[in-house]
Design a binder for this molecule. Structure first.
Ligand SMILES: Nc1ncnc2c1ncn2[C@@H]1O[C@H](COP(=O)(O)OP(=O)(O)O)[C@@H](O)[C@H]1O
Ligand SMILES: [Mg+2]
Length: 324
């Protein structure tokens, strides 16, 4: 372990500077990974995610605040401690492999850099709403032991193209300060001006500006963008991302697995999982979660000890008929 990183970590402790601490910790993990000390790297990562990051027990932890827009009115992003894990998600094998590969690769960036091999640093998640794009981004941050920076595109997008671009610049400068997983969520809203929801040419210009701005980005952060509407833009534009991951709705089999996963901690022996899985056919994962949450609420409200079929039946049709 390089002395430089050790010194940084000690300095960060004294300064109560959580970002500097994370930066040094992440570099140590990457270094151990590069030396193929996989078990140690993985353990360190787990510690970094599961509370090991808290270098200050209870008192103030100084994390530089995310940037604001020019008027200082809106926060352009929000830093979150990632909570959800990839194990909480049911995803198709292709996406799982891609996410695994990506998290391994990010840890190996120093080796790629040393060998002059390009990084994949700018990734697009596309697919229908409620299929796990936002959650997967957060889970990837957890997996990597990095803080999750959720960009607030509603604050970034200004009626002036120039201002939108400088807001994006502010976010990227911030993402240069520490190894975040950054998510530009609802990416398609970029360039839709506040007054006109359908302005297509403008969106193309802003997305192009974003791609140009990030083309040479070699900072420590992984940049993710997510969209429900990839059809709104030309394929040519999407292809400029280093990788595009397509999220899709679950099969009935996957719905069944998700119901079982969500009920694993509850007494559910009496619930006919197959029946509910068929009833939810064609709906996104988010609908499955809603069915379970609504049924649990129902059970709690009637003071039942366990959630049962009557609770599922009471909420099923509302879940199935609402728009998704
Ligand atoms: N693939 C999935 N596996 C399990 N749960 C999921 C999945 N996708 C979505 N969910 C659930 O639905 C909710 C909304 O998902 P989200 O990640 O916001 O979807 P998206 O960003 O694609 O619209 C999540 O909080 C999660 O509980
Ligand atoms: Mg989302």
């Amino acid at each position: 372990m390089a002395g430089r990183h050790l010194k940084e970590i000690f300095k960060a402790f004294h300064a109560r500077d959580e970002l500097a601490f994370r930066r040094a910790a992440t570099e140590i993990i990457e270094e151990e990974q590069a030396k193929h000390h996989n078990a140690l790297a993985r353990d360190l990562q787990k510690l970094l995610v599961s509370g090991g990051v808290s270098i200050d027990s209870g008192a103030t932890v100084i994390v530089p605040a995310p940037p604001k827009d020019r008027e200082g009115e809106w926060d352009l992003g929000e830093v979150k401690e990632p909570q959800r894990l990839l194990d909480d998600l049911i995803l198709d094998a292709k996406v799982v492999n891609a996410l695994d590969g990506l998290s391994k690769e990010v840890r190996q960036w120093p080796s790629l850099d040393a060998a002059g091999v390009g990084r994949r640093q700018r990734i697009l998640f596309e697919g229908p709403p409620g299929c796990g794009k936002t959650t997967a981004a957060e889970a990837l941050a957890a997996e990597l032991g990095r803080p999750f920076l959720l960009v607030r595109l509603d604050a970034v997008v200004s009626s002036y193209l120039g201002e939108t671009a400088s807001n994006l610049r502010r976010i990227l400068d911030y993402a240069d300060q520490a190894p975040f997983v950054v998510l530009f969520d609802e990416f398609d809203s970029l360039g839709r001006s506040r007054d006109d929801q359908s302005e297509h040419g403008e969106m193309k210009r802003v997305v192009t500006a974003f791609l140009q701005m990030t083309d040479r980005y070699r900072g420590p952060s992984l940049l993710l963008a997510a969209t429900n509407h990839s059809g709104l833009l030309d394929q040519a534009l999407w292809r400029r991302f280093d990788e595009v991951l397509t999220f899709r709705k679950p099969t009935v089999h996957e719905i069944r697995r998700l119901i079982r996963l969500r009920l694993r901690n509850f007494a559910h022996i009496t619930v006919d999982v197959d029946r509910y899985a068929s009833a939810l056919k064609g709906l996104p994962h988010a609908a499955v979660d809603k069915l379970i949450t609504d049924a649990r609420r129902e059970a709690l409200l009637r003071d039942a000890e366990a959630v049962g079929p009557e609770d599922f039946d009471a909420v099923l049709s509302a879940v199935v008929t609402r728009p998704w």
